[in-house]
Design a protein around this ligand. Structure first.
Ligand SMILES: C[S@@+](CC[C@H](N)C(=O)[O-])C[C@H]1O[C@@H](n2cnc3c(N)ncnc32)[C@H](O)[C@@H]1O
Length: 365
């Protein structure tokens, strides 16, 4: 269907043909050839996406595509021979030592790319910028609701990407981080900003004094056991000033809960499980938003992994191929980022396997 639409657009629709050369012929003397090249590249890529989807579906098992992706994700989603597990007991989900070790090592990236979780996939720097801009847009009204003179706490601040954003908007900002690599990067990042302090510590035990009007947890709870999430949110609730809010950003799964074990440890919960944890921590008013910025980036990461698995003769860590994947996805959005995931979800194929959500917790009125 996509092929047919492309073909019609690129070859038959006169109005489109009239507009396109103006767009494309800016630097290309031969718009006709360039247009055809664009069409074929998009078509080949869309065919790849379609085949990928069909491969998952033909397994007649909605878990199949996840299985392919899990196997593919190697280091990130499985360790040793142990694939990502579906977890349904109360046993400990996370080894805290492993989490600290992971963020203390740059893993072939920089502190900033590890903090944004864009390392390992050779995506261009613009992919991380795209994610961040889209994320800020997604919660802009939540951020605007915070008065400039208020105090903000960023727990698990990583390399300080968000801490810096907060420090440019609000009067007093404190970041807390347990990894020394991240800590150093965050301190360097905000060195010129006088209103921000980065503290070393475990967010669960070393909260700074005083109350806060906004508390931000960007991708922190996914590294904590259920019990710790509840305890942390309880103590943060006690630090929340009247009218304030806790904002969380977490990677989520469509259903149930999945664990990544080994070198990279994380617990991926579904939205309802997060709601249950929030209930366990106190009575909050909860707002939930999908984080398309992050989910779109994950789509690219999962495609990179599929390419590494299915086309092993291509260089695994090629920045050119990483960039190609990213720009193909961006170039074919919203088909790539929206329509294909929608169609697959109608077929009960959860793809991309990981999602991401923002949660805003405030006092119930
Ligand atoms: C995925 S990174 C996100 C960083 C940052 N919040 C952002 O959004 O860019 C998660 C960060 O949480 C930190 N972290 C994990 N557990 C922590 C804990 N118990 N206390 C403090 N920081 C923690 C990690 O070291 C890592 O830097």
């Amino acid at each position: 269907m996509f092929y047919a639409v492309c073909w019609l657009l690129f070859n038959h629709d006169k109005s489109y043909q009239a507009v396109l050369p103006r767009f494309l012929s800016v630097r290309c003397p031969n718009a006709q050839v360039f247009r055809k090249a664009v069409f074929y590249v998009i078509t080949v890529y869309a065919s790849g996406l379609t085949l990928t989807s069909m491969a998952g579906y033909c397994g007649a098992d909605s878990n199949r595509i996840s299985a392919i992706i899990n196997l593919e994700n190697g280091k990130k989603y499985m360790a040793g021979d142990q694939p990502m597990n579906h977890h349904d007991s109360n046993e400990s989900q996370i080894d805290d030592g492993a989490v600290k070790r992971y963020f203390d090592g740059a893993r072939g990236g920089t502190a900033a790319t590890v903090s944004m979780m864009t390392h390992e996939f050779n995506l261009p720097a613009s992919a991380a910028r795209y994610r961040l801009h889209k994320e800020i847009r997604t919660i802009s009204d939540w951020l605007n609701a915070v008065n400039e003179s208020w105090r903000v706490l960023d727990v698990g601040c990583g390399a300080g990407t968000w801490t810096e954003i907060f420090a440019k908007r609000y009067k007093t900002v404190i970041g807390i981080e347990q990894s020394s690599l991240m800590l150093k990067a965050a301190r360097e990042r905000v060195a010129s900003l006088p209103n921000v302090e980065i503290l070393e510590g475990d967010g669960r035990h070393d909260l700074p004094e005083g109350s806060f009007d906004m508390i931000f947890l960007g991708g922190l709870c996914m590294y904590l056991n259920d019990h710790d999430v509840i305890e942390l949110l309880r103590s943060l609730k006690n630090r929340l000033a009247e009218g304030g809010a806790i904002i969380l950003r977490e990677s989520t799964v469509h259903q149930g809960v999945s664990l990544s074990q080994g070198e990279y440890q994380a617990v991926y919960r579904n939205v309802n499980l997060y709601r249950q944890l929030f209930d366990g921590a106190g009575s909050f008013r909860v707002e939930v938003r999908r984080n398309y910025g992050y989910t779109n980036l994950v789509t690219a990461e999962e495609l990179v992994n599929l390419r590494r698995e299915w086309l092993p003769f291509l260089p695994k860590d090629s920045t050119k191929l990483g960039s190609l994947t990213w720009w193909m996805l961006r170039g074919t959005a919203p088909i790539s980022f929206w329509a294909i995931p929608q169609i697959l979800s109608q077929l009960s194929i959860p793809w991309p396997r990981l999602q991401n959500h923002f949660f805003r917790l405030s006092f119930e009125e």
